[in-house]
Design a binder for this molecule. Sequence first.
Ligand code: AMP
Ligand code: MG
Length: 495
Amino acid sequence: MRSAAPLFRFDDRYARELHGLYEPWRAAPVPAPALLILNAPLAKELGLFCEALASPDGVALLVGNRIAEGSSPIAMAYAGHQFGSYSPRLGDGRALLLGELVGGDGRRRDVHLKGSGRTPFARGGDGKAAIGPMLREYVISEAMHALGIPTTRALAVVATGEQIARETPLPGAVLVRVAASHLRVGSFEYAAATGDLDLLRRLADHAIARHYPELATAERPYLDFFREVASAQAVLVAQWMHVGFIHGVMNTDNTTISGETIDYGPCAFMDRHDPATVFSSIDQRGRYAYGNQPRILQWNLARLAEALLPLIDEDEERAVAVASEALQGFEERYLSAWRLFMSAKLGLASDIVDRVDAAAIGAGVPALLEQQQVDHTLFFRRLSDTLRGDTGPVRSLFADPSAFDAWAPAWHKLVPATANERRAVADAMDRVNPIYIPRNHLVENALSAATGGDLAPLHELLEAITRPYEERAGLEAYAKPAPANAAPYRTFCGT
Ligand code: AMP
Ligand code: MG
């Protein structure tokens, strides 16, 4: 039965407060919407009723064929540095903000469509998206969420019933995405480039009210705002590094103000630890390689600082001086987050993070894994077995197991000595080191089956990766890296 209450009660604070940073727009009608997947736990969290969402009226809303009462969809304007070069006008070329939902807890979240047709920002694009890439975003963002990494989330994917033109014609889809907000570094670059200081200030005040409300009364709110964004992003990228996530297209328009991961285009998880890992076919110089991500993030934050300069201080020289100092803080923030996460992964107490010996052991891990061509995820997961008395599984991951034997004693010295204590540490390690991540070959299998109409492999994959820490019988295949003879994995941006 359909509930009489409206499905969504949207607010539209962005549209009210930020004239000049969007275009009101409508989704392109689609011929035959069919719900492919609905995220029931997320719907519940948002106070939405799954049954109503899955009804024909609900699906019409989710695909943009119908507009919810009180909703005024908009395409957001933003600029961005893409692979280092500036594009003054990007914006939502194929996406729309339907509105904002305010939860019972006061949390405000954007509900956004991707693949909903051309907008005034579409440039040469068709405004559409294919089923595979939209389900890919669904799977990987849900995996990230389950790993405890801040991310936008996927509420639903709806097939449109039309074929879209890609290298070969592909079935089209719309993704319904939920985010703390869609404010990006590129939003600030766009506002700053208009030269309208009032608009820039309104954007910053809006972002502060939304994400860092405690700063509203700070003495230097815009400088502190910059510091907070830098800190949130530093922690985020540290988390990416620890799970071997490679975003693949870290342009400033894909760097959020909230500190959430956004835009799962050419992203992928690495199997074997290698800082040079790049999956994206368009990233030919490896700008966004795994090992470059912290540096790139800092570069993106420098673009945010530049955009904020006129708000930070009227005197440009002073503004540059304080913003540069704040930017320097990024590295320390990143490293301290990285060390803290690493100590948890190695089962070391957080109060020994600052000990020189512990820090050295953590810092040495990436080089060890790289030299020994070890699977990033399985190393940490199998390391706990050694505390239960079984060194076989982790040693077998090393090209030369004696390299593990040389490393292990120094680590062992830092973990407790009794068998009971060791078992407790091993269990704690298993709660932070996933056994299941969305491995590329598994994701590809699931997506190609789904594109052909079989969603079962996708649901099986989701079952594994949404409880990533719980090793379960029958899911062995989901814990294995791609077969050694598999072709190098490639991802594509033209999604
Ligand atoms: P992305 O790489 O997905 O972050 O997108 C970068 C820019 O290209 C954004 O302005 C998108 O809205 C736009 N874009 C990507 N694909 C399309 C498309 N098929 N049609 C229109 N605009 C697109
Ligand atoms: Mg983007």
